[in-house]
Design a protein around this ligand. Structure first.
Ligand code: SF4
Length: 377
């Protein structure tokens, strides 16, 4: 078994109006340096919960592409000292438009970054303004060109649908442009309005319209049609890849494998039954580490029942679905008996299908996945 490593870089140029992540505006260089030093100390002082070699490294955030190559190298040195990293490890860095130059990208490449997760979100300038993304569509086009010119051959686009005022025609235009640019992977999300964010406040005060849920459903249908008809395969509810370009790192989460996280708010799972997470506030995180303490603020031993439920949800996110025989062997539970009536109802509603001992969501079920998952809680 191999593991994944997640590194959280909390800094962004500015804060997007819908964002609820543990992020922080990039204020001063010295603070970023302190964070990087703290991150390296955390890695060095971590007690190895798992000894396996590292198959994937993922720098997420925040906006990890704001780091300098030197800062990235420092974190990588710390990782190399602590872990055995496979020679062909998938190494992803999240990048936002207008945060990288050609020479920086070349430096990232020479440090081993071989996959870019590129936060495009939309090619509509008006929508980018509503989302307060801090870049325009042209920045995304230019940065994509730079990524290609610097030799990135594995690029994933993040797109968001279901935006306030977005029409089906706008959405189609976005998909057309994304497909024309020809990335290797697409992650497509429908906007979720999180209470307390500036966008949620604008919607409550009627300065922005409430996104239309039915329309978002039509957008999902359209995207599956268009994207799968253009050489992509859907392998997870929100993820589409050209053959051979599935995200190995994200697959680790869905396949219930070990991923160890470092940095503020990072979460870890040992691939068996233990989960832990770090302090969520960046300044507190730095000070805890500077005082020689552990940044872990929560530890959880998952019961067999919790494990079986989570394993079930995560497997259902994947197109290959949940193998009922394996599930029975692993958890001693027979879903077809325990949830007989619920499953029959979901089947009648066209949300799930059972075939060759495999339970999976239908296309309609993927759209209403939360309703399906609620059945099992
Ligand atoms: S770039 Fe991403 S992480 Fe940063 S504020 Fe925007 S949505 Fe949040």
């Amino acid at each position: 078994m191999s593991i994944g490593i997640y590194i959280h870089i909390p800094f962004c140029k500015s804060r997007c109006s819908y964002c609820d992540f543990a992020t922080d505006v990039y204020r001063d260089e010295a603070r970023v340096e302190s964070y990087i030093s703290s991150l390296c100390s955390e890695i060095q002082n971590s007690k190895s919960e798992v000894q396996d070699s590292v198959e994937t490294i993922y720098f997420g955030g925040g906006t990890p592409s704001l780091l300098s190559a030197k800062q990235l190298e420092k974190v990588l040195d710390a990782l190399h000292k602590k872990f055995s990293i496979q020679e062909k490890a998938e190494f992803t860095l999240e990048m936002n438009p207008a945060t990288v130059s050609l020479s920086k990208l070349k430096d990232f490449k020479s440090l081993g970054v071989n996959r870019a997760s590129f936060g495009v979100q939309t090619f509509n300038d008006r929508a980018l303004k509503i989302l307060a993304r801090g870049h325009d569509a042209n920045d995304a086009r230019q940065t994509f060109k730079l990524l290609r010119s610097s030799g990135f051959e594995n690029i994933s686009f993040d797109l968001i649908g279901g935006l306030p005022d977005q029409t089906l025609k706008d959405w189609k235009k976005n998909l057309d442009e994304a497909l024309k640019m020809n990335p290797e992977h697409l992650s497509l999300y429908l906007l979720e309005i999180t209470e307390g964010t500036p966008l949620a406040n604008q919607i409550h005060s009627k300065r922005q319209p409430m996104p239309d849920e039915d329309l978002a459903g039509d957008m999902y249908e359209m995207l599956v049609e268009m994207v799968t008809g253009n050489g992509f395969e859907q392998y997870e509810i929100s993820s589409f890849a050209k053959p051979g370009f599935e995200s190995k790192h994200n697959n680790k989460y869905w396949l219930f494998e070990a991923v160890i996280g470092f940095g503020v708010s990072a979460h870890s799972f040992n691939g068996i039954n233990k989960r832990w997470s770090n302090e969520r506030d960046t300044d507190k995180y730095i000070s805890i580490i500077q005082n020689g303490k552990s940044p872990i603020v929560e530890r959880e031993n998952l019961s067999k029942e919790q494990l079986s439920i989570e394993f079930g949800f995560l497997s259902l996110r994947l197109m290959k679905g949940l193998n009922l025989t394996e599930y029975r062997k692993r958890f001693g539970r027979d879903l077809m008996i325990e949830y007989n009536e619920d499953l029959r109802n979901l089947k009648n509603l066209g949300l799930i299908e059972v075939e060759n001992e495999t339970l999976r969501l239908t296309r309609k079920g993927r759209l209403y996945s939360n309703e399906v998952f609620a059945t099992f809680v």
